[in-house]
Design a protein around this ligand. Structure first.
Ligand SMILES: [Zn+2]
Length: 377
């Protein structure tokens, strides 16, 4: 079956739009939207392509949000099919971006096209907020578009982000928030020396172990009904290459990441960890990076609409949660009342042989269409 959604998804996958390069993906979407009567505004900045498109007046605004960029393919030799040549095999569509998130973009556009054929006149506004930089820095993408829209007091009532949220069955999981992310580069200083004369040196590895043990088990909070507890993961521990096996190194470098839920703000978490460093009398330097703040969207109305649309098409009631990595929802929440992320299966995202079930692609198109039907009844 070569539906309009499948064809559009293939067309997009065939373009190697490695973040933040769009390479014409957005032109394809824009042409489709212009044909439907949308007004399209380009909000490009530096290396990033963004657009905001809308159609309709009055009533509520439903916005579809997403990104045309993808992560690199990784080792191309390991792919069963060329990553930027959309390939159908056994009911699956293979290619970089199939799940994250060119499939969902295609489903959104086709859902809107079909809705407009059924209902050319409706009260309200349908809009699209699309960027080509979600996967890399994100500096000039959705963040920038949201600041432009916010300046002119643009407001989104309901926003659907097409990130791949499904786990086992299409629509089994949707998200109405995400945890924040911050990381630290920590250096523990000792005194370099001969490994046979430890009394003349201070071993930063030995010094750090009790601290690292407590850090790895540190309970920052217990989570709440919206969020899992905040979590610390140590990602890297190393000494400089300039030491040999008969030396006690002079310093130890440690990296860790914290996914935090906002029960404690980033500053408070940093204070707790600095206290811990003090407790173990460590000589250190630390550099923090805040990658994303947590967000939570109160989605009373939209979750009902989305859940009904999923149940109607796929006979499952979704679990609404805030797990997983960060998303552009953290920017959109500045101008949107209710945000739900709903997309394809996420089991192969960013992996070799990224793929989606073609049946799911069609189902997602139908679910998006039903959301439109329900909102603009
Ligand atoms: Zn994505």
């Amino acid at each position: 079956m070569h539906s309009s959604t499948l064809k559009l998804a293939q067309e997009l996958i065939n373009i190697p739009s490695i973040s933040p390069n769009d390479l014409g993906c957005q032109d394809i979407l824009i042409q489709r939207l212009l044909r439907c009567g949308f007004t399209v505004e380009l909000i490009n900045l530096k290396d990033t392509k963004n657009f905001w498109a809308w159609k309709g007046v009055g009533g509520k605004t439903l916005s579809f949000a997403g990104h045309t960029d993808v992560v690199p393919a990784g080792s191309i030799k390991k792919w069963n099919f060329p990553p930027f040549c959309a390939t159908i095999k056994d009911g699956f569509l293979f290619g970089r971006g199939a799940a994250d998130m060119k499939g969902a973009l295609s489903a959104m556009v086709v859902a809107v096209e079909k809705f407009l054929i059924k209902k050319p006149i409706y009260s309200g506004r349908i809009s699209f907020l699309i960027t080509s930089d979600e996967e890399s820095s994100g500096k000039y993408g959705t963040k920038h578009v949201v600041s432009v829209l916010k300046n002119r007091k643009e407001l989104i009532d309901y926003c659907i982000i097409g990130e791949p949220t499904s786990e086992y069955v299409l629509g089994d999981c949707i998200k109405n928030g995400r945890r924040g992310s911050m990381s630290a580069k920590l250096t523990i200083y000792g005194v370099q020396g001969h490994i046979a004369y430890p009394h003349l040196a201070i071993n930063p590895i030995h010094q750090s172990l009790p601290f690292l043990s407590e850090l790895s088990k540190l309970s920052l909070d217990h989570g709440n009904s919206f969020f899992l507890p905040s979590q610390i993961q140590i990602s890297n521990i190393q000494i400089s290459k300039k030491y040999s096996s008969n030396m006690i190194p002079g310093s130890l470098n440690i990296e860790f990441n914290i996914r935090f839920n906002g029960i404690l703000i980033d500053q408070k978490i940093q204070e707790i960890i600095l206290e811990l460093l003090k407790k173990y009398l460590l000589n250190y330097s630390i550099k923090w990076t805040i990658h994303a703040q947590p967000f939570y969207s109160n989605t009373n109305f939209l979750s009902k609409i989305v859940s009904e649309s999923i149940f109607f098409n796929n006979n499952i009631i979704p679990n609404v949660n805030t797990s997983g990595g960060t998303s552009d929802g953290r920017f959109i929440c500045n101008i949107a009342n209710e945000i739900i992320e709903l997309g394809l299966e996420n089991c192969t995202i960013h992996k070799i042989n990224e793929c989606i079930s073609i049946k799911n692609l069609h189902l997602l198109q139908k679910i998006y269409e039903r959301i439109l039907d329900n909102i603009f009844r």
